[in-house]
Design a protein around this ligand. Structure first.
Ligand SMILES: [Fe+2]
Ligand SMILES: [Fe+2]
Length: 417
């Protein structure tokens, strides 16, 4: 304030004027700033926000007192004489529609203060009082959007009131815009949440239907109790073990592991298309009957394709098709289905094949007693590189404790509720 020219001295200034700063004869040429127009908001119901609360910050206590007195009729005006007091108020949660700050103050200049206030209360509209010597700085602050207007000293009370009215209006619009954005964000979040729930329910419905179909197919020729649940769980253990050992890490994402657990039960879904005379035949199959039997991977894939066509977004169904089509492929190419070899066989099918075989070996079947874990693992390891992916076989061997736990938890003697 000390460098401002003083138009008068001695005695109180006339009404509607302030000494040294407010000149009733000065008007528009001292008013700067962009036009206040947000056409898209015209006609909107405006929120009051901080209403017409104005904070004046100036180290000239007399000036602050007089500004408060002159503006008191139109606005709810408060004044402080230091930037620290102003910041304390904002930090304490007080809110103002507009803050008018002097530029030249001890301790902190006006632009710095307004920047601090912008961080604390971005909705508060900032106006700077400045002298001619700070024109360049004020113009820069204005163009950078840090202040709404600047007023050059001296200026008239009318000009000050005009700027404050525009600033209050801007504050209302900012508040309205901010509330509208908040409402839009809330609606958007709600819609996303709702959509997610619907997708989860749809996904679960798909899984339930497909799992029921898989169980029907499984139980046509084999009363295998919890076979499907155990195979699912074994597939998860093998997938996690492979990933932990650093194998196939590009493929073994969390989504893959979740999908293989859900798609594993679909491996023999193609048996729905095999006639009873073949599927349930007690004796040895003829070569012609084997040809029919060997079609179940293909029938399974066709079944899955029909389901996928109605639910193209469900990745576990796509994996289920791979598992159904390729679960009888052998690592060395001697299996059946598509005649694939090695890593050309989908990883999901290679994992499923080991899990499915292990479960068949370690559970009771009409034609055999259950094998021990060691004997089953020895068989799988013996077939590694011919029938099974060697890495999968190694992980199976290393997962004894987990497999034992799952076999107990999902044993057919004590079904899980
Ligand atoms: Fe099969
Ligand atoms: Fe099976």
């Amino acid at each position: 304030m000390s460098r401002d020219p003083s138009p008068g001295s001695g005695g109180l200034p006339p009404a509607h004027s302030l000494p040294a700063v407010i000149d009733p004869n000065l008007s528009d040429p001292f008013l700067f700033g962009p036009p206040d127009s947000d056409p898209w908001l015209e006609g909107e119901a405006l929120s009051e926000g901080a209403g017409r609360r104005i904070l004046i910050v100036d180290d000239d206590a007399l000036l602050v007192q007089r500004m408060c007195a002159l503006l008191d009729q139109e606005f709810e005006v408060q004044g402080v004489c230091t930037p620290a007091e102003a910041l304390d108020r904002f930090r304490a949660g007080e809110r103002y529609a507009v803050v008018v700050s002097d530029q030249d103050m001890p301790g902190m200049d006006g632009t710095t203060l307004l920047r601090e206030i912008q961080a604390l209360a971005p909705e508060t509209v900032r106006v700077l009082f400045t002298g001619l010597y700070d024109m360049e700085m004020a113009s820069r602050a204005l163009s950078e959007g840090r202040i709404f207007r600047f007023l050059m000293k001296p200026c008239s009370v009318d000009d000050l009131a005009t700027v404050l009215e525009a600033a209050v209006l801007r504050h209302r619009r900012k508040t309205t815009w901010s509330q509208a954005k908040e409402r839009m964000r809330f609606c958007n979040d709600s819609m996303q949440g709702f959509t997610k729930v619907l997708e989860q329910r749809l996904d679960q419905a798909h899984y339930s239907v497909v799992f029921a179909l898989a169980r029907l197919a499984e139980e046509r020729d084999n009363c295998t109790g919890h076979h499907l649940e155990r195979v699912s769980a074994f597939c998860r253990v093998l997938s996690e073990g492979l990933r932990d050992a650093g194998h196939y890490t590009d493929e073994l994402t969390d989504t893959f592991i979740r999908d293989i657990e859900r798609s594993a039960p679909l491996h023999d879904i193609g048996k729905v298309g095999i006639p009873d005379s073949v599927l349930l035949k007690p004796g040895k199959l003829t070569e012609a009957e084997w040809c029919i039997m060997r079609r179940h991977p293909e029938i399974g894939a066709e079944t899955m394709n029909a389901i996928i066509a109605t639910s193209p977004g469900a990745s576990f169904l796509t994996m289920g098709r791979d598992v159904a089509l390729c679960h009888h492929e052998n690592w060395d190419g001697s299996g059946y289905g598509q005649g694939l070899v090695g890593e050309a066989i989908p990883l999901s099918a290679r994992i499923l094949k080991a899990a499915d075989c292990y479960d068949a070996l370690t559970t009771w079947r009409p034609y055999k007693e259950p094998w021990s874990h060691e004997r089953a693992v020895a068989h799988v390891l013996g077939e590694a590189g011919r029938e099974f992916d060697p890495k999968v076989a190694t992980i199976l061997q290393a997962s004894e404790r987990k497999f034992d736990h799952l076999r107990c938890a999902l044993s057919d003697a004590t079904p899980i509720a």
